[in-house]
Design a protein around this ligand. Structure first.
Ligand SMILES: Nc1nc2c(ncn2[C@@H]2O[C@H](COP(=O)(O)OP(=O)(O)OP(=O)(O)O)[C@@H](O)[C@H]2O)c(=O)[nH]1
Ligand SMILES: [Zn+2]
Length: 301
């Protein structure tokens, strides 16, 4: 039975690109499929990104018969098998927001996704580029990969492109950070709309909200998520928060009390590490902030 990848889901139809020996062949056409009723009964629904087994029905249409096990699953945007989250933050316009970056990273860690941080609009940075150097060093020390790009000059886009081949990735970042501009740089002929207008209105606000996988060549797909600038994941428990701050982990294991919140306890190794300058101020502050928000306001994270 043929296999394929769902590249788009819209109005009850699933658009499947056939796979041959595990690879998508560019010549093959997309097959418009319905899904078997059995999925609904099981409370399961096919997602964009799903690897499926399908059969052909009459008039060139198809039927999704089986969904192969997923490697990962995002809630919003609803995409399966994403293996890389590309987090974009611009140096300016809008200003670099480290609190939002840390929030994204918490969720990425919780979801167990691989990630790269992309600092965009390098051309707008101050001459010495101090802010970029600081942020790059901070996150690289923690163990994250940080790339710096400018869609004006094209610098850095090749490095990003290399990271996207052969996998499904998702781009996330505030409106206006330059997601579309970077994708246009990476994929020749793509020409996604980029403008101040899209900044204000949010791309695709007025069109149907649907997720689509964008074929960027070399077996790479980017989940294009109109109107979405954030990622939503499964809910996170407050007791799981500290484990989502990667650099806390080696210290947290040695805290005096079990279940240490790392906020005030005596013998807390995380606090000691922060006081000794081994954990960055901004990171520890954001930990406290998220902790208190989750605890007090019972806000959804
Ligand atoms: N100077 C400079 N401007 C950029 C760069 N990249 C994007 N821009 C500008 O920033 C604005 C927003 O860029 P987009 O690519 O539309 O941003 P986006 O993240 O896709 O925005 P949404 O679609 O609203 O989510 C546009 O006016 C772009 O021309 C860059 O590297 N340097
Ligand atoms: Zn502690």
């Amino acid at each position: 039975m043929p296999e394929g990848i769902i590249v788009k889901a819209l109005s009850g139809y699933y658009y499947v690109k056939p796979l041959r020996e595990g690879k998508i062949s560019p010549e093959d056409e997309i097959i418009q499929c319905r899904a078997r009723g059995i999925f609904k009964k099981k409370g399961l629904s096919p997602l964009v990104g799903d690897n499926v087994i399908y059969s052909l029905t009459e008039n060139g249409e198809g039927m999704v018969d089986e969904i192969n096990p997923r490697d990962s699953e995002l809630i919003r945007p609803p995409v399966a098998n994403v293996s890389l989250a590309v987090l974009l933050f611009s140096v300016r316009e809008p200003d670099l927001n480290l609190q939002l970056l840390d929030k994204f990273l918490v969720h990425i860690e919780h979801a167990g996704l691989d990630t790269i941080i992309v600092l965009t609009k390098q051309d707008l940075a101050d001459e010495d580029g101090e802010a970029i150097v600081h942020v790059k060093k901070l996150y690289e020390q923690i163990g994250y990969e940080v790339l710096v790009t400018s869609s004006r000059t094209g610098s850095g886009s090749e490095e990003v492109r290399k990271r996207l081949s052969g996998i499904i990735s998702v781009f996330a970042g505030q409106s206006g950070v330059g997601k579309s501009s970077l994708l246009n740089r990476i994929v020749p002929g793509l020409s996604l709309e980029t403008s101040e207008i899209s900044m204000r209105l949010g791309r695709g606000r007025h069109t149907t909200r649907h997720v689509e996988l964008m074929d960027i060549g070399e077996g790479g797909y980017v989940a294009d998520t109109p109107g979405f600038s954030q990622l939503d994941f499964l809910e996170l428990g407050v007791e799981e928060l500290s484990s989502c701050f990667r650099e806390f982990t080696p210290y947290a294991a040695d805290c005096k009390f079990r279940g240490c919140t790392h906020l005030h306890e005596p013998g807390c190794r995380v606090i000691e590490a922060w006081e000794a300058g081994e954990i960055e101020d901004s990171r520890y502050e954001h930990y406290k902030l998220f902790f208190n928000e989750m605890k007090d306001k019972k806000r959804r994270y």
